[in-house]
Design a protein around this ligand. Sequence first.
Ligand SMILES: [Zn+2]
Length: 331
Amino acid sequence: MSFTKIGPLTVIPGENGSRVPFSTSLLVKGTHGAALIDCGSGYQVLNEIKNAYSVRSVYLTHYHLDHIWGAYLFKDAELLINPYDVKKLSDPEELTKASGMLNPTDPHNQEKWMKQLFEKPPENWNRPHWQPVMNLVEKWYPYDQELDVFGTKMVMIHAPGHTQGYCCPYFPEHGVLFAGDFDLTSFGPWYNNADSDIDEFIASAQKTLETDARIFITSHQKGVVGRKEYEEKLKQYIGKIEEREEKTRSAIKRGLVPSEIVYEEIFYYRESHHKNPQLMISEIVGIAKHIDRLVKNGEPFEDYFEEFLRYFGLSRENIFYRSGPMGIMAQ
Ligand SMILES: [Zn+2]
């Protein structure tokens, strides 16, 4: 396999075009070791990396499974994540709250489901699974400070929105930004966890442009992109947010009830929901965030928002969840 190299950085594309549940990782090579940024490329390629390099540190950008699931292969390395996400990877309840997956109407079923997801070892270790990565990451890195990664400077730029703790590794000496989940896909921005925030997403997208990066690396599909293309595609990508908001507004104005609005293809195609019922949670959280944003911007949808929550048996904290970061002191 041939990889794109930029100075000490090597781009490691994920399986299946880096589509979820896979993602692109980045290897940072130095004379005294190597570091991996994210860990979701694929079982085979991560094993090859493990055998070929002395990976001594793994920096995870955020807690999403598609970015971290291979971390169990690097147990001997120092594993770090951002200050908001350490607790999520040791506390299933915190993880489910942040994800927005809690279903308060059926606590028994939820407990069963959480056990299955977080405590039962996988049948197939080659595939992404939560259990192997729980209780593995105990350290965190600081945001917005120059870190020395085996001789290469890296700054973890805090870019909340996708998730609260999300960040983009920036390599100022090489003009490279790991834009990650600002992935420029035709699907558009993803802010469908309880700890996601639409306005923060937009502000953080702008922040990625304020760096002097000439090369941007996305976590999914596209991969390596030059500055001009990134700027253009990012505009279209962020434009998706207003499209979705308009769809939400018009659906409510047309009188669609909550059970109907979730099939309006604001996020996912109707067939996708039939194929994968798990996506409905993301659809519900995403639409609730848009309704809330419309209310903030003056639309009279307060009652509709309450009705929407009631219909799905949700409280506000299932849709909006914030946690505190770990202390400033790293390790
Ligand atoms: Zn993500």
